[in-house]
Design a protein. Structure first.
Length: 172
C-alpha cells in the first residue's frame, strides 16, 4: 500500500504526483507534523488515503519550509537522530519460532526447518548443527518492527519539490 499524493493545480510535472509506500510515508508525514505542525496539522487524515490535503498556499509554504530545513541542516540532523533512535530499539522475540531459532509451526515443518542441517559457519554462530527459522535467520530475535520505516533527506526534498509545484494536494 502507498500514499498517492495528487497535485490539485500543478505548475509543472513535478507538482503532478508524489508517491511513497506506507513505510516511507509515515516517517515523512510525522516529520512534517513534528516540525511544521502549524501547517501539516491542518491535514486531519494525513496518514490515510481519504483525499485529505492542503490548499495551494499552505502546500507551497510547507514545501518552502521543508526546503529551508534541508538547507539549514535540520533535516539531516533529524535523519541522523531518527536512525540512531531506530538503531537503539531493542530486538524483539521472533513470533514464528517463539524465540527458539527453530521454526516448528506447520509451515516450518512443511519446509523442513526443524531438522535442516546448518552450514558450518552458521552452526558455529548459532551453537547448533540443525534447526532453522527463515524469519530470524535462526537467531530467535528480530529487529524492532519500527525499523521498517525509513527516513532520509532525499525523500523530504522530493516531497518539498512536489509541494511547491502542486497547487495544493490530496492524499489518496
Amino acid at each position: 500500500m502507498g500514499m498517492d499524493v495528487i497535485g490539485a493545480n500543478p505548475k509543472n510535472e513535478t507538482g503532478e504526483y508524489f508517491r511513497n509506500n506506507v513505510w516511507w510515508w509515515h516517517p515523512l508525514w510525522a516529520y512534517c507534523l513534528n516540525l511544521h505542525g502549524d501547517i501539516a496539522g491542518k491535514v486531519v487524515n494525513g496518514d490515510l488515503n481519504e483525499g485529505d490535503g492542503l490548499g495551494a498556499e499552505d502546500a507551497e509554504l510547507l514545501g518552502k519550509r521543508l526546503m529551508e530545513d534541508i538547507s539549514s541542516g535540520v533535516t539531516a540532523e533529524y535523519a541522523n537522530e531518527y536512525r540512531a533512535h531506530l538503531a537503539g530499539l531493542p530486538m524483539e522475540d521472533c513470533e514464528y519460532c517463539q524465540a527458539t531459532g527453530i521454526r516448528s509451526d506447520d509451515r516450518g515443518i512443511e519446509m523442513g526447518f526443524p531438522t535442516k542441517e546448518l552450514e558450518p559457519d552458521v552452526a558455529v554462530l548459532l551453537g547448533r548443527t540443525h534447526g532453522w527459522c527463515n524469519a530470524c535467520q535462526g537467531e530467535g530475535r528480530v529487529h524492532n518492527f519500527a525499523t521498517n520505516y525509513p527516513f532520509d533527506v532525499e525523500n523530504v526534498q522530493k516531497f518539498a519539490d512536489f509541494l511547491v509545484n502542486s497547487g495544493g494536494f490530496a492524499i489518496w
